[in-house]
Design a protein around this ligand. Structure first.
Ligand code: GLY
Length: 342
């Protein structure tokens, strides 16, 4: 078992990483929640795999009820948000009850948003079951839903009371979904942990220790910049170009981040910020995990990214590696882009 504590200004919470943790959820939750009822939010796919197990554990200490929505990004809507709230109210949820988000990124995001807003805020615990959610969205308190054609545009920062990760859940992911999560794990190595990155050459089993090392990178930046105003932006390495191609070509998030990292490395090299030696190791590791390494020319996407949300007062903040395991936030104007790169 490994344990991480995310220390924020007004509270802290634990990330438990334990093989088989799904059988002991009650033991962990007991340490942070003493009321009588727990409401699980999950999706139809995860329900079949893990809901019974989690209920069995929680019923040792709590009265348990649950709400199920369909699996997939199409569920991250205002309608499903309203459906979950209605179901919880029908089931007589009270403002001091606990929500448990059991599932991948969509469940974590929408459940966290429900927890941030129903009764002006309820406590919640995240139990992410996809590698992608374990690596990224379940940690750090970004919650939300898609709206008006824009991803995560309605949301709130709402930190969980605890995150419980059972690495055994990775075993039920298909290969593409596993590799999708690896995209974010590789990113953590690239921006903040060279040893982790080096260890990936041997395609290791994703153990409690590997998850711990990867999440330590995220934990550190969330602690210094909970609300994503500065240092936390480093977690967006590969995302600026990644977002530009994700929807356009139908990539999964971690796949788009993989390609976006390569594009950002090329741009960083052209600007003289990124050491040339960074490109090949990242390319090789992405290939080991069968992530797409299609070479889109970053210059073709500069215009798109300039007008996305990172364009604050005519400047974009790019995240570039300086060398493997280290990165910088690099601000650049449209004028400089034209002068230096186009
Ligand atoms: N996914 C990036 C962050 O949590 O800030």
């Amino acid at each position: 078992m490994r344990e991480l504590v995310v220390n924020l200004s007004d509270h802290s919470y634990k990330i438990i990483i334990e093989n088989g943790a799904l059988d002991n959820v009650n033991t962990y939750i007991k340490t942070i929640y003493n009321n009588d009822k727990v409401f699980i939010i999950t999706d139809d796919k995860v329900k079949d795999l893990y809901l019974d197990k989690v209920i069995k554990s929680l019923e040792k200490d709590y009265i348990v009820d649950y709400v199920v929505i369909p699996n997939g990004e199409a569920s991250k809507t205002l309608e499903k948000y309203a459906y979950i709230c209605e179901e919880l109210l029908k089931k007589d949820i009270r403002r001091n009850n606990l929500i448990v988000a059991l599932g991948g990124g969509v469940i974590g995001d929408i459940s966290g948003f429900v927890a941030s807003s129903l009764f002006r805020g309820l406590p919640y615990v995240g139990i992410p079951t996809s590698l992608l959610a374990q690596m990224d969205s379940s940690i750090g308190g970004k919650t939300g839903i898609d709206f008006y054609g824009r991803k995560n545009i309605l949301g709130a920062f709402k930190q969980p009371k605890m995150v419980i990760i059972d690495p055994n859940t990775i075993n039920t992911l298909d290969e593409r979904e596993f590799n999708n999560g690896m995209g974010e794990l590789i990113k953590h190595g690239a921006i903040g942990n060279k040893e982790l990155l080096d260890s990936l050459y041997s395609h290791p089993k994703i153990t409690e220790d590997v998850i711990y090392e990867s999440l330590t990178v995220k934990k550190k930046v969330v602690e210094i910049d909970e609300f994503d105003l500065k240092e936390r932006m480093t977690l967006n390495f590969g995302h600026t170009f990644g977002h530009a191609i994700e929807l356009k070509y139908g990539y999964k998030h971690g796949e788009a981040v993989a390609i976006g990292m390569l594009m950002a490395i090329k741009m960083g090299i052209d600007l003289g910020v990124t050491d040339k030696s960074c490109y090949k190791p990242i390319l090789d590791i992405l290939k080991i995990y069968n992530l797409p390494v299609v070479e889109y020319d970053y210059k073709d996407y500069l215009k798109d990214v300039f007008y996305d949300k990172k364009n604050i007062a005519g400047t974009i903040s790019f995240i570039f590696l300086t060398k493997l395991g280290e990165c910088v936030i690099y601000k650049i104007t449209e004028k400089e882009i034209k002068e230096k790169l186009l």
